[in-house]
Design a protein around this ligand. Structure first.
Ligand code: ZN
Length: 248
């Protein structure tokens, strides 16, 4: 199962559209899931949700699994419905020695952090306003994504946690994502190990594609900031970018 996993927190831009195209090309007409990641309800807007469907239809991408339209999405596909699965994974992680509760602010973390005995397990994980974080000291991710969170301070699952659980839940086997998500892929591999899932790299083939090239940027400027469908871009141009990415 391949996946297209947009976040409805803004109008889609050309890079998102080309990513959709890349995943559709990789899926080669096989199972393709549309998974809309709406954990961040604060930034969610109905028009952004609609935009996802509009862009997919404009690109003439046919997905085999997932919501057919915004109403179907809200009725049964929102990540809110998978909250029990995220909570179960968090309960499992809570028992792991490499996971710790941390009340540190962004500023405290930037200054070295963990002066509350976080790493020694001194913070009650059930306290209000504590994040649950991964001890990355022994991991290469420590340089780029130190102490990444699995549960946020508001008690909700982090993107990394939800994405890992969802990929397992839906049996995802391949995915094209931007090179900017390489660290996320590593973080999700680490979480897969902690959760006892099969090794992520054996299970999912991640193709990290480059971000928009200079030529893509030019096309992007032509279409303006509002949305990829609005003006000037042809469907073929979007697929041409995706082809370039996959051929690279
Ligand atoms: Zn801390």
């Amino acid at each position: 199962m391949h996946r297209i996993a947009p976040t409805p927190s803004g109008y889609l831009h050309l890079g998102n559209a080309a990513n959709f195209a890349a995943n559709a090309l990789l899926a080669e007409g096989g199972p393709l899931l549309l998974r809309i990641d709406d954990l961040d309800r604060a930034r969610f807007r109905e028009e952004y949700l609609q935009d996802v469907f509009d862009v997919l239809r404009w690109l003439e991408i046919e997905w085999t699994h997932g919501p057919r339209d915004p109403a179907d999405f809200e009725a049964q596909w929102s990540q809110e419905y998978r909250m029990p699965a995220y909570r179960k994974a968090l309960a499992q992680l809570r028992q792991q020695p490499g996971v710790f509760a941390c009340p540190c602010s962004r500023k405290e973390l930037a200054g070295g952090g963990h002066r509350h005995g976080c790493l020694a397990g001194a913070v009650d994980p059930d306290r209000r306003d504590v994040a649950w974080r991964i001890d990355t000291r022994q991991h290469p991710l420590h340089d780029s994504m130190p102490w990444f969170a699995v549960r946020k301070k508001d008690g909700r699952p982090s993107y990394q946690l939800a994405c890992t659980v969802d990929d397992m839940h839906f049996g995802i086997t391949a995915c094209a994502r931007g090179a900017d998500l390489r660290d996320s892929t590593e973080a999700q591999a680490l979480l897969s190990d902690l959760l006892g899932y099969p090794q992520l790299h054996e299970r999912i083939r991640f193709v990290h594609h480059p971000l928009l090239t200079e030529e893509g940027e030019k096309i992007s400027k032509r279409q303006g900031a509002r949305g990829v469908r609005e003006r000037g871009v042809e469907r073929e141009e979007v697929f041409a970018i995706a082809h370039t990415w996959l051929g690279a």
